[in-house]
Design a protein around this ligand. Structure first.
Ligand code: MN
Length: 426
């Protein structure tokens, strides 16, 4: 299923007058405050976020999985779903695949299909947290950190195989996330685990094509509950440094202990030119996989404020790979992703409104109250008309979620695919 321009135009029609009036009102207000509105809309219209293939089906908990009707049963259908998101929002122009769940059989056909939908292939993900059917060695006691040499070599080779697959699709980066760790004190030797992991990552890095990047993701706990080998940004950062110039830290919002100051982490990494990728989601406690901006929108805005500062002031940091990483079990997965994409655009728009020069002056004057006011004025601005304008400028939907429901997309997907298809993933 694909949405046509005509379908979107007619869905937009009834709301255009309201939008025009809201946009003009906000635009006047911002212009009076000295904000150049057009560059903000332009930046929003260019911002693209990769959709993870595993978010298109309903995710599970460790107790069970309740699949959603009309889930994509093939890689082609997953691309169709991302195509629908992109047609509506014009901000989901890439997909992040996961191997072996998304291993293509016909590469040319997959590339062609993605191109038709206007989709690029962002970072590709390896999987050494599950044993695959027929695997010789088990990852039960670790993968890249394994003391069992056979398991470790198998995990290294898997990552190199994932790079080969990514190359055939046009990907330019590999994301490595390890479940490796321990559940009990004394179970394994911390130093030995780290040495093995560094050695494995360096072997993978050595096998990367010259124009590829390596993203190293961290996470404090889960699935292991006593220690995780790459537990925090510092460990990821030192491993990235050990690998080389094209290895970077990847920050996943959900991979922090409660109340961690993620904006400060982002800022430090960009200063050092080592922030490579970003996984959006939201959480209350840990890696909760909740919709972006659903629990802590102000924290998301503060993170974006540092990202915008870094994008303007840190040429030493490469362009970031923006990705969503979430997987739900109670919502329509596409509706959830539309909500996430909206929240990302809203946070970015608000961060773009922050007057960085004025903030620097207030900081220099030690005017703490003014500093807070500058941030909160931006956060409290209803920027929805700017985000709408950016979408309309690219031919997207005025209100993506409204259009999705009005066009009855899920019913059409169920009609095409049947009720009981199940997407590969967790
Ligand atoms: Mn992640």
């Amino acid at each position: 299923m694909q949405l046509t321009k005509d379908q979107l135009l007619s869905a937009n029609e009834p709301g255009l007058r309201r939008h025009e009036s809201d946009y003009n009102h906000l635009s006047d207000k911002l212009s009076e405050a000295g904000v150049a509105v057009e560059p903000v809309v332009d930046a929003l219209s260019k911002f693209q976020v990769a959709i993870p293939s595993w978010a298109l089906g309903a995710g599970g908990t460790r107790f069970g999985r309740f699949s959603f009707h009309g889930e994509p049963g093939t890689l082609e259908q997953k691309l169709d779903d991302v195509g629908i998101l992109h047609a509506l929002t014009q901000t989901a122009g890439a997909v992040s695949l996961h191997i072996p769940w998304d291993t293509p059989t016909d590469y040319a056909a997959v590339r062609e299909h993605a191109a038709e939908l206007g989709l690029a292939f962002d970072a590709i993900n390896s999987n050494t947290f599950q044993d695959q059917p027929g695997a010789v060695h088990s990852y039960r006691h670790g993968s890249l950190s394994a003391t069992d040499e056979g398991a470790r070599q198998q995990a290294i080779e898997h990552n190199l195989r994932v790079v080969e697959i990514g190359e055939k699709l046009g990907s330019k980066s590999l994301t490595v996330w390890l479940a490796d760790g321990t559940n009990f004190p004394g179970q394994r030797n911390f130093q030995r685990n780290l040495v093995q992991t560094e050695d494995s990552l360096r072997q993978i890095y050595a096998g990367l094509p010259a124009d590829w990047k390596l993203f190293i993701e961290y996470k404090p706990y889960e699935p292991n509950f006593y220690s995780t080998v790459i537990q925090d940004w510092g460990t990821s950062f030192l491993l990235a440094n050990a690998c080389g110039d094209r290895a970077f830290t990847l920050v996943d919002l959900g991979h922090h202990l409660p109340n961690t100051n993620i904006e400060q982490i982002v800022s430090t990494l960009m200063l050092k030119g080592k922030l490579g990728g970003f996984h959006f989601n939201d959480s209350k406690y840990g890696d909760d996989d909740l919709t972006v901006g659903s629990v802590k929108p102000y924290a998301l805005f503060l993170i974006f404020n540092e990202l915008v500062y870094g994008m303007r002031n840190n040429p030493q940091n490469p362009d970031l790979a923006w990705m969503i990483d979430a997987s739900h079990n109670v919502k329509d997965p596409l509706e959830d992703l539309l909500q996430s994409l909206e929240a990302i655009q809203l946070a970015y728009a608000r961060a773009l409104l922050v007057d960085q020069d004025e903030l620097a002056t207030a900081q220099g004057d030690h005017d703490v109250v003014r500093c807070q006011e500058i941030l909160q004025n931006a956060f409290r601005t209803d920027v929805r008309p700017l985000v709408e304008r950016a979408r309309l400028s690219r031919g997207g939907a005025l209100h993506p979620l409204g259009a999705y429901r009005q066009l009855d997309v899920r019913r059409e997907l169920v009609r095409e695919r049947g009720k009981h298809t199940v997407a590969t993933g967790l």
